[in-house]
Design a protein around this ligand. Structure first.
Ligand SMILES: [Ca+2]
Ligand SMILES: [Ca+2]
Length: 171
């Protein structure tokens, strides 16, 4: 009868245990990498939502006229203006504006109660100040206004964008 070689004797119980242990360690390591990657991907998607919310509000603000009246030094909403979907018509009306959750241009809340996207854990807002030509802030009249828009979410941090509006063509 032919004697079995050491190679053909199969794995011992100890070898199986060691192999399974190594496999388990490898699987845990792999799952940890996947977990980190998924969390990073989720955070990036939340940051993108916040950035888009900020950009949307900024585009709306910058599209408004420079001031309620030509050379006006007044800041903030004017008589009869209470919110961005019914009354705001110049850039500084948005000074101090804040939305939680964000709302569409027709006032629909983005919180799952309307057909608008559900961004219930996000918020956004804006500040508007006069700045000099060197962008330093001033309380005096200036033909430049600095618009700062922020948006934030639980995993998105705080996204802030800044633009300058001039009264060169209107106001
Ligand atoms: Ca106004
Ligand atoms: Ca105003």
């Amino acid at each position: 009868m032919k004697k079995k070689s050491a190679y053909n004797q199969g794995l011992t119980f100890l070898e199986v245990v060691i192999a399974l242990s190594l496999f388990a360690v490898a699987i845990v390591g792999y799952l940890q990498i996947v977990d980190v990657a998924l969390k990073s991907c989720y955070r990036a998607s939340q940051e993108l939502i916040a950035a888009n919310l900020a950009r949307g509000l900024m585009a709306e603000i910058i599209g408004k006229k420079f001031a309620e009246e030509k050379n006006s030094q007044d800041m903030g909403p004017d008589a009869g203006e209470t919110d961005r979907w019914t009354g705001f018509d110049d850039v500084d009306d948005y000074d101090g504006w804040c939305e939680a959750p964000p709302q569409t241009l027709d006032g629909s809340r983005m919180d799952g109660t309307t057909t608008a996207p559900n961004y219930s854990k996000f918020s956004r807002g804006a500040t508007v100040v006069f700045v000099r030509q060197d962008f330093s802030e001033t309380s005096d009249y200036s033909p430049y206004k600095k618009v700062t828009v922020w948006a934030s979410g639980p995993q998105a941090g705080n996204v802030t964008i800044v633009e300058i509006k001039t009264n060169e063509y209107d106001g």
